[in-house]
Design a protein around this ligand. Sequence first.
Ligand code: ADP
Ligand code: ASP
Ligand code: MG
Length: 469
Amino acid sequence: MNRIVMKFGGTAVATGENIRNVACIIGDTVKQGCEAVVVVSALDGVTDELSEAAEQAKKEKKDYIQAFKKRMLDRHGDAVDKAIKNPRLRKELEDEIKKTVDELEKVLTGICYVGELTPKSKDYVLSFGERLSAPLVCGALRDMKLESQSLTGKEAGIVTNSDFGDANPLLNVTTHQLKERLEPLLEKRVIPVVSGYIAATQDGVVTTLGRGGSDYTATLIAAALRADEVWIWTDVDGIMTADPKIIPSAKLLPELSYQEAAEMAIFGAKAMHPRALEPLMRENVPARIRNVFNPKNPGTLISSEQTVKRRDAVKAVALIKDVALINISGAGMVGAPGSYARIFDLLGKNGINVMMISAAVSEANISFVIHRNLLGRALSILEIALLGKGLVSDVAAEDDVCVVAAMGANMKGTLGVASRVFSAQARSGVNIRMIAQGSSELNISFVVKEKDGKAAVQAIHDEFKLDKI
Ligand code: ADP
Ligand code: ASP
Ligand code: MG
């Protein structure tokens, strides 16, 4: 019998109708004789709303919290109405939702009173999206006369360190507990529905695995239970040559290696959380990215083997928005050992992740890319520490930029890829602000103005004829 872990993303469970559709997909899989463990994200947009509500609570906006509470009750109540027919089950779920939203209100009110939002309390707030969605999917399955039980990530046994906002699982204890708690349910033919994204420290404090983390929950479970496959159900047919919302002619990539998929995930092909592939690589569990709105399509298979060999060097192109470019210059950096180390040490110690770096041989300047929401903090840290000390004369930033990345395993050792990538940009009139090529040679990435992003992606897609694969 095949054991499958099935993860459903935010759009897949966005409404009551969608949740019913998801329950049917799970039901069909079980009827074909598979064992299924289900992992769900919050309803589409709910995590963003929770994040905003936490910020508003910090600003002591009590009215906002009341309106937000009503929105959450209405949205989830409406989903119950549409997803569940049995009146007794409906009532049960409505009560559960009300209880959970009341608890959320208390947490937000607490933040409001102290006027402070710590990473720990923020994670607690963010956990509510998945705490509400998992019982809903479980209810829809029970409504279809399938036995099911919902569990939070913590109840399922996922234990992390206390890096709130981006916590790392403690693998041994997590693996042990996942097996201990989920396998008995599977033996009793009960379908576990686990809330993705959220976990807890060893002391039971709620943590989150980083945005998009439900994928990671699913792969941790798949590796721990030695599943035959993990299916990541989303709103597109699979991993494509580019984001189909930007390039409509993008084509489905039927097979990818773990390395290629990881590279794409890191470079913003959102289809998967960047760390989600690690547990799969360790246990050699294949993943399939599939479309809930087109379940007949086999999707993209990600595994250690990649049977379809393609000659083309570039396989896909990604656009990463919401980034900012910082340029640090100063003649004082020339020949001064440790000047780069000082800059990156400052950023690292302050929790600012650097996505891309480029430095000129002259050493008179260094540029790097970070997430845009960290720009204000990064600039003030760098200015306070570096300016007026003889090393650095200027710290400048551009916040209207994006990163474009061309990717493919066959790029390694293929001559002329970079020249084709950049000639295509020149022909499209796109000006390049910064370039980086990883020495892994799996990607070439560069920074352009945000307004040129789409044209830059299109130029590469056309140059390498990605719509003809
Ligand atoms: P989910 O809510 O299911 O986790 P995500 O929004 O995280 O879904 O990821 C799916 C989205 O990723 C798609 O809707 C698509 O717009 C975007 N995306 C970006 N690049 C790619 C790509 N190369 N292939 C497929 N989807 C992509
Ligand atoms: N709900 C979380 C988020 O929006 C986790 C996920 O969807 O994977 O980031
Ligand atoms: Mg996602």
